[in-house]
Write a protein that binds this ligand. Structure first.
Ligand SMILES: Cc1cc2nc3c(=O)[nH]c(=O)nc-3n(C[C@H](O)[C@H](O)[C@H](O)COP(=O)(O)OP(=O)(O)OC[C@H]3O[C@@H](n4cnc5c(N)ncnc54)[C@H](O)[C@@H]3O)c2cc1C
Ligand SMILES: *[C@@H]1O[C@H](CO)[C@@H](O)[C@H](O)[C@H]1NC(C)=O
Ligand SMILES: *[C@@H]1O[C@H](CO)[C@@H](O)[C@H](O)[C@H]1NC(C)=O
Ligand SMILES: *[C@@H]1O[C@H](CO)[C@@H](O)[C@H](O)[C@H]1NC(C)=O
Ligand SMILES: *[C@@H]1O[C@H](CO)[C@@H](O)[C@H](O)[C@H]1NC(C)=O
Ligand SMILES: *[C@@H]1O[C@H](CO)[C@@H](O)[C@H](O)[C@H]1NC(C)=O
Ligand SMILES: *[C@@H]1O[C@H](CO)[C@@H](O)[C@H](O)[C@H]1NC(C)=O
Ligand SMILES: *[C@@H]1O[C@H](CO)[C@@H](O)[C@H](O)[C@H]1NC(C)=O
Length: 541
């Protein structure tokens, strides 16, 4: 079954030759070799050619674009995969791994395609995409409060399938319903219930993964080290995740949401200052996210001399409370009266309605919308992240407002921690940013103009804001969140310096857990087949 060493060496030479001649020709030749290899690894040959798309195939572009979730990587100059493989059963995943290894082409693994820097479908080296979108099944068992969820399922589908069976169960995961389970869970996974329940990975009880040899492993056969690694260390450094088994959580029949907005003229500075002091300590049922954005307000104060408009910062306080409005009001009055919160701000609803509310669907939208895999629009995005461990002073906030106004389009999302997050030890999962963090910042810029000029301008505005924030955020290392992929914090060329390069971003994402991830990697994939621009390196040998 295995190819002999000399034949794969010959193939490599052949391949390199083709790669230099023409990428289309190379793609076709690699395609034939790959499809043949699949059929010699127990994939029937009609199946083999129907799951793999060559660049010349008329559906190639459509398949590629189906799960691109950042327009920045949807341009004619974005590097394209030689082949897209779309397996629909496990044996096809096994064969795809073995054949990519034999041919010597790197895999990029994609589930929902939301990687902010496109690392699941873009690379500067020749690569195949292993696209897991066909792995969509979800089996919810309410009796034992668990579910098996395949990697290509979306969060919206998961929430829907839970809701079909129970109105008092939910799952703590991301807010955007089109996120894929494969990337989201393996990278940590957080949402608006993290203060009560922690991260998605805190509720994973089993998993199925295909390793570098093409073997399917579950928790028992993979062992606790690898099982630990794929709960926050990113899946794609270790293998291909087929599915996760999760433990559901109980949610109340009635939850309460609110959104309150304040501009600088409405005391936003004082309120944000105060929010920092209570947000990680307040009742665990309460999650209050802040969105900070520059806006322009019209002045209409009767004065002829008045400027027509003023630039200011708008702070939106968006909340989920796992309880009813009466209790929410008493919590707010006691611990956060500065917001000037009123009963009329409260909206009581079911948990599944709160999922729709947080995903910005209009009141009355059918729950079925969660089954829709295609977002309404895909824009150009750049994101970065930070952790804040000491409240920022009022002067610090005033400076920040100036910076945000000056940059004009960059925003920030502040997500409170504390509660359950502080109770779970930092080494429990690879995700290290637990106790001691008040909130996480997501830096965010979204734009619609095409072209490299716009790209440069907006990406630079993110970098400038990030640099401005240096004195206020975690240091040595400055923490980052893996799911908020950011190639600015370091990339690996996966050559002889891969360990040193990997350590640069690795300690930011994983802090003291980086070393254990490297050990696991060295044990399960010493040759570094499962590598990408921010993968965990094996120890150098
Ligand atoms: C609009 C938007 C909203 C977001 N909101 C949140 C949020 O609320 N909370 C949050 O935590 N994050 C959020 N994120 C970030 C998101 O969690 C990550 O981008 C996550 O990795 C997406 O998973 P995916 O499967 O869709 O992505 P993909 O791009 O498919 O994959 C991301 C990474 O995981 C790897 N991977 C994917 N599938 C597999 C697999 N089956 N086996 C092994 N490796 C795999 C990829 O190779 C890549 O490295 C958001 C992102 C976007 C674009
Ligand atoms: C494109 O690829 C798909 C999947 O392999 C295959 O089913 C289809 O026949 C191909 N189409 C063309 C025009 O080659
Ligand atoms: C990608 O670009 C094409 C135009 O080239 C557009 O039709 C398509 O909607 C875009 N898709 C995504 C996901 O951005
Ligand atoms: C659900 O879990 C219970 C308890 O473990 C088990 O007895 C039952 O067979 C499961 N149901 C399904 C459909 O798997
Ligand atoms: C701002 O705060 C001050 C002092 O706390 C208060 O007097 C004033 O009414 C507040 N303004 C607004 C718009 O809430
Ligand atoms: C009206 O707004 C302008 C700012 O544009 C300010 O200078 C002026 O004092 C305001 N006048 C009144 C009456 O509030
Ligand atoms: C949604 O609209 C209905 C009536 O159209 C109203 O009764 C209900 O309170 C609204 N719910 C929310 C969450 O706004
Ligand atoms: C993969 O197979 C090789 C050769 O049979 C073996 O040495 C290695 O231990 C296997 N690796 C894993 C992770 O199973």
């Amino acid at each position: 079954m295995e190819m002999s060493r000399s034949s794969s060496f010959g193939l490599l030479l052949l391949l390199l030759g083709f790669l230099f001649v023409s990428s289309y020709a190379a793609s076709d030749s690699v395609y034939d070799t790959f499809v043949q290899c699949l059929s010699s690894h127990s994939v029937p040959s009609d199946q083999a050619s129907s799951i793999a798309y060559a660049q010349t195939n008329s559906s190639f572009t459509k398949v590629l674009q189906s799960y691109i979730r950042n327009q920045r990587f949807n341009t004619s100059s974005t590097p394209k995969p030689l082949i897209i493989v779309t397996p629909s059963d496990e044996s096809q995943v096994q064969a795809a791994i073995i054949c990519s290894r034999n041919i010597g082409i790197q895999l990029r693994i994609r589930s929902g395609g939301h990687d902010y820097d496109g690392l699941s479908y873009v690379s500067d080296v020749p690569f195949f995409i292993l696209d897991m979108f066909n792995f969509q099944s979800i089996n919810v068992n309410i009796t034992d409060e668990t579910a098996w969820v395949q990697a290509g399922a979306t969060l919206g589908e998961l929430y829907y399938r839970i809701w079909e069976k129970s109105r008092v169960h939910g799952f703590p995961a991301g807010v955007c319903p089109t996120l894929g389970v494969g990337g989201h869970f393996s990278g940590g996974g957080y949402g608006n219930m993290l203060r009560k329940f922690g991260l998605s990975v805190d509720h994973i009880v089993d998993a199925q993964i295909v390793n570098v040899n093409g073997s399917i492993l579950d928790r028992k056969s993979m062992g606790e080290d690898l099982f630990w690694a794929i709960r926050g260390g990113g899946g794609a450094s270790f293998g291909v995740i087929l599915s996760y088994k999760i433990k559901l959580v109980r949610v109340p029949e009635i939850v309460t949401v609110f959104r309150v907005e304040k501009t600088l003229a409405q005391n936003a500075t004082d309120i944000v200052y105060q929010w920092q002091h209570i947000t990680d300590k307040i009742d665990n049922d309460l999650f209050i996210r802040l969105l900070l954005q520059p806006i322009t307000v019209k002045n209409d104060n009767g004065s002829a001399k008045a400027e027509k408009s003023t630039k200011t910062v708008k702070v939106s306080f968006t909340s989920l409370f796992l309880g009813d409005a009466t209790r929410l009001i008493s919590v707010m009055n006691k611990d956060f009266p500065e917001l000037g919160f009123k009963k009329e701000d409260c909206i009581e609803m079911s948990w599944i309605e709160s999922v729709l509310y947080w995903a910005n669907f209009d009141n009355g939208t059918s729950v079925n919308v969660l089954l829709n895999r295609t977002p309404e629009s895909v824009k150009f995005l750049k994101r970065k992240s930070d952790y804040v461990q000491k409240p920022i002073s009022k002067d610090g906030l005033e400076g920040l407002w100036k910076k945000i106004i000056e940059l004009g389009k960059a925003g920030m999302v502040l997500n409170p921690y504390g509660g359950r997050m502080s109770e779970i030890p930092a080494s429990e999962t690879p995700f290290p940013h637990r106790s001691g963090n008040i909130f996480k910042i997501q830096y965010s810029v979204t734009w619609q103009e095409e072209g490299t000029e716009a790209d440069k301008k907006y990406v630079n505005s993110m970098r400038e804001l990030y640099s401005y924030m240096t004195p206020y955020v975690s240091k040595s290392p400055r923490g980052s969140f893996l799911n908020y992929r950011d190639i600015d914090i370091g990339i690996s060329h996966n050559g002889k310096d891969s360990y040193q390069e990997g350590k640069v971003y690795g300690v930011k994402y994983f802090m003291n857990n980086f070393d254990r991830l490297v050990k696991v990697k060295t044990a399960v994939d010493p040759q570094n087949f499962f590598r990408y621009e921010q993968s965990i390196p094996p120890l150098p040998y």
